[in-house]
Design a protein around this ligand. Structure first.
Ligand SMILES: *Cc1c(COP(=O)(O)O)cnc(C)c1O
Length: 387
């Protein structure tokens, strides 16, 4: 089928970049492993394909699908989320440029910007993105090239107004980059709200099955696209064909999975809210969450990520993390299986002792697509282990 612009998310997810193979009619486009392509005479390429780092049909199919779902014009797929971020930053910044990012940004993003790219002259200021006045003055204080936000943020689940942030960035001649990993393109489309660049760790909801590591950059501007595409080609941290294939397969079911993730996240958050052991539940689907109204406007629903803080401090959080059986204690998120993570020693260990450190009484839950009754029952038995 040919894809039309007004088609719904799920139709685009299933069909964008996924035309059947013309020779055999194979409904699923074949997985192309070839590292090189035959030329019909020197420089006479078939369909523009020359060498696997520069182009691969399986990767192109994923990139087309990603662009269609993020409402962008171009998407570039990489071997990891951090490889995508690195390519983006190297493509569009130069020594002396500055990045203003959320003070609860993903630890690996902060590590890349501060400890790798810092040595190449890229400055950074972490700020509370929910406080727009603070953002505005941090942007003005330096030669800011990027405002970089995650919303919902990881793991504090703060919600930031993407449209307002885009205005702040653009007024200062900067670009707004949104890490849309937590929401996924099904729940939120930052480019439509004014952002210039979307980055993803496709390892999480987009792949969705915890079986592939990958990343992507999506833009809606041809000039930015050309620069990012050049770094993808010239540096070469591309996704391999098998990774691209698995990511495409996951992305086709993103909508149905996210509906269930959101339903389960809401149920778990509401259950946690009633528990006496709990100090705070951080979930934008709760009316008590400070970002609830904003999230209702800029997101389709609230997703499967829930953070919880315990009155019993670090000991209680650690006990629960080590007492579940449906939730698996593991890094990462966004897969069909529920995961539990203790950020201060796991995903965010790299920012321990910095401004970005995560409270030690906090657990982050990635609610999978299992039955919500079983998730709640698992938490209930784990809570009974708290001393
Ligand atoms: C995991 C993650 C990343 C990094 O992606 P990798 O695929 O692990 O390299 C970046 N941002 C967020 C929000 C993440 O959760």
């Amino acid at each position: 089928m040919s894809l039309q612009e007004n088609q719904g998310f799920n139709t685009r997810a299933v069909h964008a970049g996924q035309a059947f193979e013309p020779r055999t009619g194979a409904v699923v486009p074949p997985l192309h492993f070839s590292s090189t392509y035959a030329q019909d005479g020197i420089g006479n390429l078939r369909g523009g394909y020359e060498y696997g780092r520069g182009g691969n049909p399986t990767r192109d199919a994923l990139q087309e699908q990603l662009a269609a779902l993020e409402l962008g014009t171009h998407a570039y797929s990489f071997s990891s989320g951090l490889a995508a971020e690195d390519a983006l930053i190297r493509a569009l910044t130069r020594p002396g440029d500055h990045i203003v990012l959320g003070n609860d940004a993903y630890g690996g993003t902060y590590r890349l910007i501060s400890r790798v790219l810092g040595d190449w002259g890229i400055g950074n200021t972490p700020v509370d993105m929910a406080n727009l006045d603070t953002v505005r003055s941090a942007v003005a204080a330096n030669k800011t090239r990027f405002v970089w936000v995650e919303t919902p943020s990881n793991p504090l689940m703060k919600i930031t107004d993407i449209a307002a942030l885009a205005d702040i960035a653009h007024d200062a001649g900067a670009l707004l980059v949104v890490d849309n990993t937590f929401a996924s393109p099904y729940l939120q489309n930052p480019l439509a709200l004014g952002a210039d660049v979307v980055v993803h760790s496709t390892t999480k909801y987009i792949g969705g099955h915890s079986d592939v590591v990958g990343g992507a950059v999506v833009v809606k501007d041809a000039e930015l696209a050309e620069k990012i595409g050049f770094v993808q080609f010239a540096v070469g941290a591309v996704s391999g064909p098998m990774d691209a294939f698995l990511t495409t397969r996951g992305l086709k079911t993103l909508g149905v999975r996210m509906d269930r993730h959101s339903e389960n996240g809401q149920a778990v958050a509401e259950w946690l809210l009633e528990r006496p052991e709990v100090e705070a539940v951080l979930y934008p689907g709760l009316p008590s969450h400070p970002g609830h109204e904003l999230a209702s406007k800029q997101m389709r629903s609230f997703g499967g990520m829930v953070s919880v803080q315990f009155k019993g401090g670090e000991a209680a959080a650690r006990k629960v993390a080590e007492s579940t059986s449906v939730f698996t204690l593991a890094e990462s998120l966004g897969g069909i299986e529920s995961l539990m993570n203790y950020p201060s020693e796991m995903t965010h260990a790299s920012v321990k002792g910095t401004e970005l450190a995560v409270p030690v009484n906090l657990l982050r839950l990635s609610c999978g697509i299992e039955d919500k009754e079983d998730l709640v029952a698992d938490l209930e038995q784990a809570f009974s282990a708290i001393p």
